[in-house]
Design a protein around this ligand. Structure first.
Ligand code: EAX
Length: 323
């Protein structure tokens, strides 16, 4: 009897070991930015929730600070599943899935409430679903916020003041075309861009106030205009086949954890934006808080009729429903 019991307990022990060994998993998640950044806050919260809810069976390793390359390169690695997941700024997605750029259409959203209403609703889900064509599972939207123009040459109040400025833009056809239409000389570059600004390779750039604060761009940029021209989302993605190969319970847990991490980060951004702006002013930036947005909008709407949005019927149709 003893022997039987002992055998049974050994068997049970081995079964438990096998089960936990089969379940133990490391998720590799890539971001281009550093600790303290918006993308990092999403990644960190996701890691905390997943490790807690899986009882430590799933660990999340965060590869940050461009250790995997720029955002385009991270997306390529996610496609190959060399990296399982990422929190990636929406700009560089253009080249992979044309229709996601509708979210970056200028002056699309009135304010943050409008953003949440649309992106957490069926239209946002359609954008996430569109990523599947390129082998990505779109889990949630987090954010950098509304983008604003900065430069070192002159105060910019209306769109005429943009003429000829050499502006760094994200590696995105939409952003490049937008700044061409607004009259600038746009130069696409991956992140980071601090030294290019410092050395004067470019006159300016555009990013939300959280980015200007976290990356200390106020040290190398003088004029800030609160143009709010584009809402800058991140998409929190996974490799589609990898994700679909996980058991359903794990998929649901990861999906929920990423959505919660995204909402946590969006709240962080929205609650801190006014404070960040005050800090930029204290640091000496000259801020135009009420630029002539209408003059920017009047030119920016031309994008709708351009190849960028008309060439691909799915993109044109999706934009119509967003507008
Ligand atoms: O997330 O490339 C960009 O301008 C992004 O907004 C930047 O990586 C900060």
């Amino acid at each position: 009897m003893r022997r039987v019991l002992r055998l049974a307990s050994i068997t049970l022990f081995v079964v438990c070991l096998t089960a936990s060994a089969a379940f133990a998993m490391e998720i590799k998640l890539g971001i281009v930015t550093t600790p303290g950044s918006a993308q990092y806050i999403v990644a960190e919260k996701f890691k905390e929730l997943v490790e807690e809810r899986s009882g430590g069976d799933i660990t999340v390793s965060i590869f940050h600070s461009a250790s995997l390359g720029n955002e385009t390169e991270i997306l390529q690695q996610i496609q190959m599943n060399a990296v399982n997941m990422g929190v990636i700024t929406l700009g560089p997605f253009d080249a992979f899935v044309p229709e996601v750029k509708v979210v970056n259409f200028p002056f699309l959203f009135r304010d943050y409430d409008h953003v949440s209403e649309i992106l957490d609703g069926p239209l946002g889900q359609e954008v996430l679903d569109a990523l599947e064509k390129a082998g990505f599972k779109g889990l949630a939207f987090s954010e950098n916020g509304f983008r604003n123009l900065t430069n070192n040459k002159r105060p910019v109040h209306s769109v005429e003041d943009v003429a000829g400025l050499k502006i760094r833009v994200m590696e995105s056809a939409l952003h490049k075309e937008l700044w061409r239409v607004l009259g600038a000389n746009p130069t696409p570059m991956g992140w980071p861009i601090y030294s290019e600004l410092e050395q004067g390779v470019i006159d300016g750039q555009e990013n939300p106030v959280s980015v200007l604060k976290v990356f200390k761009l106020f040290e190398v940029q003088k004029y800030l205009s609160l143009t709010g021209h584009v809402y800058s989302a991140h998409i929190d993605v996974a490799n589609l086949n990898w994700f679909n190969g996980l058991n359903e319970g794990v998929q649901t847990m990861l999906q929920e954890a990423m959505y919660e991490a995204a909402v946590h980060q969006r709240n962080w951004n929205r609650e801190n934006e006014a404070g960040f702006l005050a800090e930029l002013e204290r640091e000496g930036m000259i801020v135009d808080k009420d630029p002539d947005k209408a003059s920017f909008r009047a030119k920016a709407v031309e994008l709708k009729g351009m190849d960028l949005f008309t060439r691909d019927p799915a993109t044109a149709e999706l934009l119509d429903r967003f507008l």
